[in-house]
Structure formats: structure tokens, C-alpha cells
Ligand binder design. Structure first.
Ligand code: SF4
Length: 354
């Protein structure tokens, strides 16, 4: 069998329901007044200092949280860099604002530290769509393939992998493996996998997962938007469908897209990734205009298109609460941790050599 596999046991319906439920939770949080916002921020800063903790946030969480991370000596980045920052920082506790696999990756890299998260139910459709039992069985059925997984997977799936990669380095790693004559199992994002396959020419078996946010970007509508804004550059994350990627001026990781926004001469950009990234894009390029790429909208898989419903479960209230109550700590079975560190370390070593 080459190229594609059947959908794993967890079906699209399960993911749709989980995303809808997360979106309902996120939308049911009452908005925060300016006064409450500043009180919450102060409470969080006091707690961070009292608990020897640092706030590490993903690009896709609310702008207030990203701002607070920066104001309080924390960090805003992609998942691997968040874990790397946590590893280098002296704090004994990392407060991770993002989704669960990010807290797990931080714990795998920092087993001696306490990792807490605002809401342990904040998941990721890619992670949900790649249950370890089905994935392991698939890998067992193809023993001559090298197993490469994306960062957006559980600790248990990482423990079954040979390599973990992020979108910024995936093509380099796969090209390196192709040069060594290796055949690849790629999981879980099918769009990113297809993109890598096309660029590297690798023999890849693709797991059929997808991101509820990126999967909803629409090529036809994007083509129309390009006509409407002919001066705009189109920035696309490769978790988006191939037809959307084909319309891009730049295809890159979150960090790469922010860099492109800052460095390109265009004054207007159409952006196909989670709109949480606009905080950092506006910071990097304050005088430029950023427009969301068109998505499926109402009735689509993604209940809050262009914004991840699980990322939206992070808010200033539950950040303050988790610090005050010492709840929501991430624990990982030591046997899984010992295996999961290997594919991550392989990536870190590869990236350091580059
Ligand atoms: S934006 Fe997509 S890939 Fe990122 S955490 Fe949400 S569901 Fe997962």
C-alpha cells in the first residue's frame, strides 16, 4: 500500500462533536471588562512570582494572554519553542496556555518541572484523530517504515514514533530521511503530509487527520479575495488544503508567517491560519493590514472558523484560578516519557546541526 490509508477508528463526527463542545464552552465565557482584565492580570503576575512560575503561551491564544506572557517575563511562540523556552528558564513551574499536547511536550522535555494548564480539556483535532492503539497497529503493520509524527500528537503517539517534527522543519527532516533511503509513515495531518510529500518526493503513508481550523479555508473564495485585494500577499499554513496552499505567496510555519509579514514589502496580507496569530503579526508589522482568509463559515466543521475552539478555552480567569488552586497539573507515565523524549531529542539535535 502506498500513499494513503483508511480513516482511523475515530471518525470525523467525533471530532466535530468535540470541536462543537469546545466552541460552546469557549463562547459561554462572559466577556471581561477592562477593570476586571487589569485585576486578573495583576493577580496572575502576583501568583507567577509567588509560585516561581513562568507563563508560556502559544500564538493562537487570546491576545490578552500573549500580552501578559510578554509583560511578565514569559514567552509566546510555537509549541516546540514554548517547550524549549520552558527548559531553559529557571522557573520550577511552567503555566502553559495552549492545548494539551503542548503541556505534554513541555513535561516530556522538563520532567523535573511542574507543568500546569488553564484547562486540561483543551485538545486538538489532530491529536483526537490519532488514537495511539490504532496508530500503533498501523505502524506495526509497516515495520520497514520510519515513523514521523507532528508535534500535535499525544505523548503516547510520540512514544511510538522515531521522529517528531514541527511544520517549520518537517520538509528538512523528511528530505534528510529520503536521502538515507527511508520510507515514511506520516501522522496525523493529511494536508501537511501531502505538502511534504510533494516537496520531498518521499514515499509516504499518510494518516488521515486534519485540523478543524485550517481544513475550513476555502480556495474558491480565497481566489475571489485575491482579485478584490490584488496588492495583498497570501500567507498560508500548510495544514490548509492543497488548493489553498496553491494560492499562497508564502507557505510556512506560524513563526515563518510572522517573519514573512514583517519582511515582505506588501502592506496588506490575507492570512490562512488561526487568527490568534494577528497579535504577533501586528506587533511585528504595526502599519500593515491583516485579513482572515475565507473559511467554511456557519455550518462548517470548525465552530469558530479561523479560531481554534480549544485554544479559545484559555482565558485570564482560568489562568488566575489554576495558579491559585494548584490544579490541572500534567502528569505523564514515566515509561511513556522515557520513550517520547527520543523523537523530540532527535529533532532538537537535527535542528541544532542545521
Ligand atoms: S488550530 Fe488546529 S492544529 Fe492547532 S490546536 Fe487547534 S485544532 Fe489543533
Amino acid at each position: 500500500m502506498t500513499g494513503q490509508i483508511q480513516m482511523p477508528a475515530v471518525d470525523d463526527d467525533s471530532v466535530r462533536k468535540a470541536a462543537a463542545s469546545a466552541a460552546n464552552v469557549a463562547y459561554s465565557i462572559p466577556s471581561i471588562s477592562d477593570q476586571e482584565k487589569s485585576e486578573l492580570k495583576q493577580r496572575i503576575k502576583d501568583q507567577l512570582a509567588a509560585k516561581d512560575a513562568v507563563l508560556v503561551a502559544h500564538y493562537y491564544v487570546d491576545a490578552d494572554i500573549q500580552e501578559l506572557a510578554e509583560e511578565s517575563g514569559g514567552y509566546v511562540s510555537d509549541s516546540l519553542d514554548m517547550a524549549r523556552f520552558g527548559n531553559e528558564h529557571a522557573a520550577s513551574t511552567l503555566l502553559v496556555a495552549g492545548v494539551r499536547f503542548m503541556g505534554e511536550t513541555a513535561k516530556i522535555l522538563n520532567p523535573e518541572k511542574r507543568i500546569i494548564m488553564p484547562d486540561l480539556a483543551a485538545e486538538c483535532s489532530l491529536d483526537i484523530n490519532c488514537p495511539v492503539d490504532e496508530f500503533s497497529a498501523f505502524c506495526d503493520a509497516h515495520p520497514d517504515y520510519t515513523v514521523v509524527v507532528y508535534a500535535n500528537t499525544s505523548a503516547a503517539v510520540k512514544a511510538r514514533a522515531d521522529w517528531m517534527v514541527t511544520s517549520g522543519i518537517a520538509v528538512d527532516v523528511i528530505t534528510h530521511l529520503v536521502e538515507r533511503g527511508e520510507k515514511i509513515i506520516w501522522a496525523p495531518d493529511r494536508h501537511l503530509g501531502s505538502y511534504i510529500k510533494k516537496l520531498s518526493g518521499a514515499d509516504i503513508l499518510l494518516w488521515q487527520g486534519s485540523c478543524v481550523v485550517h481544513d475550513e479555508f476555502r480556495a474558491q473564495e480565497l481566489a475571489r479575495m485575491k482579485v478584490e485585494y490584488p496588492d495583498a500577499a497570501v500567507l498560508v499554513h500548510p495544514e490548509s488544503p492543497a488548493a489553498v496552499v496553491d494560492l499562497a505567496d508564502v507557505v510556512s510555519s506560524t513563526t515563518g508567517l510572522i517573519k514573512a509579514a514583517a519582511e515582505m514589502n506588501n502592506s496588506r496580507f490575507i492570512v490562512a491560519t488561526d487568527n490568534g496569530i494577528f497579535y504577533k503579526m501586528k506587533q511585528a508589522a504595526p502599519n500593515k493590514i491583516f485579513i482572515e482568509a475565507p473559511s467554511g463559515g456557519d455550518g462548517a466543521t470548525c465552530q469558530s472558523c479561523a479560531h481554534c475552539p480549544w485554544m479559545a478555552m484559555n482565558n485570564l480567569r482560568n489562568l488566575a484560578e489554576v495558579l491559585e488552586t494548584d490544579a490541572n497539573e500534567i502528569h505523564i507515565d514515566p515509561a511513556i516519557q522515557a520513550k517520547a523524549i527520543k523523537p523530540i531529542q532527535r529533532l532538537l539535535d537535527f535542528s541544532a546541526k542545521k
